[in-house]
Design a protein around this ligand. Structure first.
Ligand SMILES: [Zn+2]
Ligand SMILES: [Zn+2]
Length: 253
């Protein structure tokens, strides 16, 4: 399996791109930086997008992608929990924030088709199987277990301390890597707790739930203002399983 890290930042600043992982030419997880991080030709090949949750840093380029590709792509399927799709329609594609591309160019053949999917059910896309697992965030949110013939990879999604996704991980014997969110430094623990994100302190505690056999843990979703501070705190832990994802990187398992 290989994953193109289109964007992995927890906010926007020059050179920063929010969450977007490309699994194949046509398959994407989260739309934080599809348009900011992929050229128009690459955008034209997208057919399926999984959405972890409705926060703007994960959905914003759905709007610009529709603008760019209407007339070139007939349809793109948006796969998400039913409540995520419902909120996308009510609060983003509502003809106020953005035109309703779930009914454009026509209600019968819209650009975006909202596909409700169930958590903890495996969906196959070519060689890759995608499983969504609910995690602990301030809005309905999922992490992902991705699997192909050789390996499995776990993406935490936006979450604070959580249990179910790690329970499910224990049923897999072929996990080759974890991508885990980390948003704030420990000094902002109260904000992290209120917004349900990790700091290095809570991540350190969480690690005992999922780390096994020194499986690498790649961290992402750092808030740009605190990225340096967070990196120093992680370095101080002295744990070699940790590293940080980079925008544009291809991770192979
Ligand atoms: Zn979020
Ligand atoms: Zn986020």
């Amino acid at each position: 399996m290989q994953i193109h890290i289109v964007g992995c930042d927890g906010g926007i600043a020059p050179g920063k791109l929010t969450t977007c992982f490309q699994l194949s030419d046509s398959l994407i997880i989260d739309a934080g930086s599809i348009c900011g991080g992929m050229d128009l030709e690459a955008q034209s090949k997208i057919r399926d997008i999984f959405i972890s949750h409705t926060h703007l840093d994960h959905i914003r380029d759905l709007g610009f992608l529709a603008d760019n590709m209407l007339g070139e792509i007939d349809r793109i399927n948006l796969h998400a929990l039913p409540e995520v799709n419902r909120h996308l329609k009510a609060h983003f594609f509502n003809n106020v924030i953005w035109p309703d591309f779930t009914r454009i160019p026509s209600p019968k053949n819209p650009f975006y088709v909202l596909n409700d999917i169930d958590a903890e059910t495996k969906y196959g896309f070519g060689a890759i199987t995608v499983l969504l697992v609910r995690v602990s965030h301030v809005v309905p949110s999922t992490g992902f277990v991705l699997e192909d013939q050789e390996s499995a990879v776990v993406i935490s999604g936006d979450t604070g301390p959580t249990d179910r996704i790690w329970e499910i991980c224990r049923t897999y014997s072929n996990i080759k890597g974890f991508f885990v969110e980390l948003a704030f430094p420990t000094a902002l623990q109260a904000i992290a707790d209120a917004s349900k994100h990790f700091t290095p302190a809570t991540l350190k505690k969480e690690l005992c739930k999922f780390e096994k056999d020194n499986t690498p843990v790649a961290l992402y979703h750092l808030k740009p203002k605190y990225a340096g501070q967070i990196r120093e705190e992680i370095a101080a832990l002295g744990n070699s399983v940790f590293r940080f994802l980079s925008n544009g990187e291809i991770v192979r398992f």
